[in-house]
Ligand binder design. Structure first.
Ligand code: KG4
Ligand code: ZN
Length: 343
């Protein structure tokens, strides 16, 4: 089986070649710089960039894998959720290619694919084999667009336990960073500045930490940072205080994510936790998850940094598994589903 997958749900144009659980290539063209000057992703611009990048990215993925279109057995693409016109570009290009090659086409749920990304090796090895040994597991998906906890019961079987009721964790990093005058996306900058800051310098709320559910809320934390800066305007003139502020905000976000994930794992009697999504690049979060899992003797599986952010490799890996499990393929009447929620 040789499969070409596309991912265009937001601001990454990605194509990957996957074969027998191995990632032969995974090309990602990020649009971060383009959207930075607007302080967030502009859907119309994202769609135009996808259109421009899709063919070069697909060509590069095939060249790196050493294959031609005629070698493909199937084509896959993200069907949803995501920005409608961004999804449309990758989904329709993939469908057209599959139609022309007379090969199966399969549309993939973006969040379901994230559940597999911690089990993928970015290149070559078939690390996914481990996946069977660690079911059930609790998967934390945490990025700029989504924050959710999912119980992965077995292959292709999962249940969403909770999610954010307002802002996603990455959005909280980005919006609080903006209040501090940091560039977009602020998450990686806060991560870097927090390294030399004091996480106990300022006390911010830990939203929903003590609620008996698996939901998250980050908009209140953002508001409290806004008021804190309004009431302490000179703070932003002092680089060390900015580093302390970054460390304090990061520590509030990380504590909520880690404690709620651990609590869900214990309640469900699960011995393995996985994490993926852009915020999983955060060093504070990676370290805190490692420490907590070690303490509670839970196996931790973090996505490789290059696979934390959106990529076509995870779309391809899941698509191949679905095809092998004879899950009905979307064929050519499938349409994008921008608001598709994971069950
Ligand atoms: O998964 P992703 O590339 O795209 C989606 O949002 O779907 O995630 C991007 C998000 C942004 O909010 C960005 O600030 C955040 O992930 N992020 C980080 C770090 N790297 C990326 N947040 C905190 N620390 C990081 N190192
Ligand atoms: Zn994502």
């Amino acid at each position: 089986m040789m499969l070409l997958a596309f991912e265009t749900s937001c601001d990454e144009t990605s194509a990957a070649i996957v074969s027998h659980g191995r990632v032969l290539s995974n090309v990602v063209s990020s649009q971060i710089k383009l959207h930075a000057e607007y302080g967030g992703v502009v859907p119309e611009l994202a769609a135009r960039e996808h259109l421009k990048n899709l063919l070069p990215v697909a060509r590069k993925a095939m060249a790196e894998a050493g294959i031609l279109p005629s070698h493909l057995d199937a084509v896959a693409a993200t069907q949803g959720p995501g920005l409608g016109i961004a999804l449309l570009m990758g989904f329709k290009a993939a469908q057209a290619l599959a139609f022309a090659l007379e090969k199966p086409f399969i549309g993939i749920h973006h969040h379901e694919a994230h559940l597999y990304s911690p089990w993928i090796a970015s290149r070559g090895e078939a690390v996914l084999a481990d996946f069977e040994n660690f079911q059930p597991n609790i998967s934390l998906i945490v990025s700029g667009g989504h924050t959710m906890l999912v119980l992965v019961e077995s292959e292709l079987k999962h249940r969403v336990l909770g999610g954010t009721i307002d802002d996603a964790a990455g959005e909280c990093f980005d919006k609080t960073g903006k209040l501090m005058g940091l560039a977009y996306p602020a998450g990686p900058i806060i991560d870097r500045l927090a390294e030399q800051g004091n996480p106990a310098a300022y006390d911010f709320p830990r939203p929903l930490l003590h609620e008996a559910n698996d939901d998250f809320s980050f908009s209140g934390l953002k508001t409290s940072v806004r008021y804190f800066i309004r009431d302490n305007p000179t703070l932003l003139d002092d680089p060390q205080k900015i580093r302390d502020l970054c460390a304090s905000v990061q520590s509030a976000i990380v504590e909520v994510l880690v404690k709620k994930t651990l609590r869900a794992a214990k309640r469900e009697g699960v011995r393995c936790i996985t994490a993926s999504g852009g915020v999983t690049c955060n060093r504070g979060l990676r370290q805190a998850l490692q420490t907590a899992c070690q303490k509670h003797r839970i196996t931790l599986r973090l996505a490789e940094k290059s696979l934390c952010t959106d990529n076509a490799a995870m779309i391809g890996i899941l698509a191949e598994r679905k095809l092998r499990a004879n899950v009905p393929v979307t064929l050519f009447d499938g349409e994008i589903m921008p608001g598709w929620t994971l069950a």
